[in-house]
Write a protein that binds this ligand. Structure first.
Ligand code: SF4
Ligand code: SF4
Length: 430
């Protein structure tokens, strides 16, 4: 931790005492969860560095950009089109928070029975402990779920907030509404930055964001191998970091990691034995540093091989066409791509069920863990249908409802152990 960083955090209005406590809590957990893993790819060293310096160099870059007259746009959901932000020479940064540390701070204002992701994110602003939110000029919220929607109203008392209306259905009228929202967002970003979004810049930004999607798709494809060449914890960390790292640098680092991991596959090397039970996690997003469930699963003898979530496949699954054209045409393509994100905020949302079944086959999954943040009603209710469809497919399912605290870690471990035991027995009988 350098004096320069402390000076910067102080200048950003960070509560230094709380911030020290956060970093002092985070880094030992990282060491225990991550650095203790055996046979990690060398390419993870970059991501270790990023976490070790989580509020350092990247914040300095954003601050430098702001001092040069640029804008930083903070987002909380994968529905916000980063292409538009980048095309206006602004920098998008994902703000969702995954730590219990900021939850009690948020509970001074928000109701306790709100999902941990919402409370953690809001607590970061209220407690002045996140330099990313402090650096940002605009927070872009959305109407995906009621808790977030109402939290954004309160957040607006502390920071400029703009809300995009995400429809709840997938009808033509909903598509039209969303296209209108994407067009309006372009104008908001143009006003914020003073830069017009022109066709060439939008095409370049689209290619760049697609490059990151392609790199993450490539990484996830390596996880289809048996034995799996990278742990679930490491793969998820790569996705989490990609929400706030520089996009071009992230593409380069992820592709470098993929070169190495693909080499492992060619050599038949893995991080776990070939007969390790393979798990798909499906459900609510896991924002950094929410590594609890992955850690429990992988230290109990499972391999997490895929995440059907917004910190997983929903983040990068579909590309925006790169055939250019007018700004309007490109914005239409962008809007259509984002409407393919099968968030539980939609009704009906059968495409997500199809995705889960397809992913269980592609990743040769032995069981699914449905992960639900407590008080997240959309995913909790959709889990009923997920359970039905998996029962029909004969795929074992464990439904977990939890928060960011460690209080239930022992109980979760017991349930995970029993689930893995059941999977192992089934595979013997097969
Ligand atoms: S789960 Fe829904 S609301 Fe949450 S980040 Fe994903 S798309 Fe957005
Ligand atoms: S996890 Fe659920 S309740 Fe929490 S922000 Fe996402 S959709 Fe809303």
């Amino acid at each position: 931790m350098t004096t320069d960083n402390r000076q910067m955090w102080g200048d950003l209005g960070i509560d230094l005492e709380r911030h020290d406590a956060l970093l002092n809590a985070l880094l030992p957990i990282y060491k225990e969860f991550y650095l203790s893993q055996r046979n990690r790819p060398k390419g993870m060293e970059f991501f270790d560095f990023v976490v070790g310096d989580i509020h350092g160099i990247r914040v300095q870059e954003l601050r430098q950009h702001a001092m040069n007259g640029g804008k930083v746009v903070a987002t909380y959901c994968v529905f916000v089109p980063e292409e538009i932000v980048l095309a206006a020479d602004a920098i998008p940064v994902g703000l969702c928070a995954g730590t219990q540390f900021s939850v009690p701070i948020a509970e001074e204002v928000l109701p306790r029975n709100t999902c941990a992701l919402i409370k953690s994110s809001f607590g970061f602003k209220l407690g002045r402990i996140c330099p990313y939110v402090q650096t940002s000029h605009l927070v872009v919220g959305e109407t995906t779920c009621d808790g977030k929607k109402k939290m954004f109203e309160i957040l607006g008392e502390y920071q400029p907030v703009y809300i995009m209306e995400v429809p709840n259905k997938k009808t033509q009228a909903s598509h039209d509404l969303w296209r209108g929202e994407v067009m309006a967002f372009k104008e908001v970003i143009e006003r914020l930055t003073g830069n017009e979004v022109v066709a060439d810049k939008l095409a370049q930004a689209t290619k760049l964001v697609n490059d990151r999607r392609r790199a993450l798709q490539r990484l996830y494809n390596t996880r289809k191998a048996r034995p799996v060449p990278i742990s679930g914890k490491d793969a998820m960390l790569v996705t989490q970091v990609s929400f706030y790292d520089d996009v071009a640098r992230c593409v380069q680092q992820v592709n470098g990691l993929c070169d190495e991991v693909e080499g492992r596959i060619a050599a038949g090397e893995g991080v776990f034995p070939p007969d390790t039970p393979r798990i798909l996690i499906s459900g609510s997003p896991m924002a950094i540093p929410n590594w609890k469930l992955h850690h429990i699963l992988e230290t109990a003898g499972a391999a997490v091989v895929c995440e059907e979530s917004c910190t997983g496949t929903r983040y990068f699954s579909d590309l925006v066409p790169e055939d250019g054209g007018t700004v309007e045409r490109q914005l239409g393509n962008i809007a259509d791509r984002y409407m393919q994100i099968h968030c539980a905020c939609f009704t009906p949302n059968d495409e997500r069920l199809d995705d889960i079944v397809r992913l269980t086959r592609e990743y040769q999954v032995d069981g699914v863990v449905h992960y639900n943040l407590q008080f997240c009603h959309t995913y909790a209710n959709e889990a009923v249908k997920v359970a039905r469809v998996l029962a029909k497919e004969g795929i074992p399912l464990l439904r977990i409802e939890t928060d960011y605290s460690d209080e239930d870690a022992g109980q979760l471990r017991t349930r995970v152990d029993a689930f893995l035991e059941m999977i192992r027995k089934c595979s013997v009988l097969d």
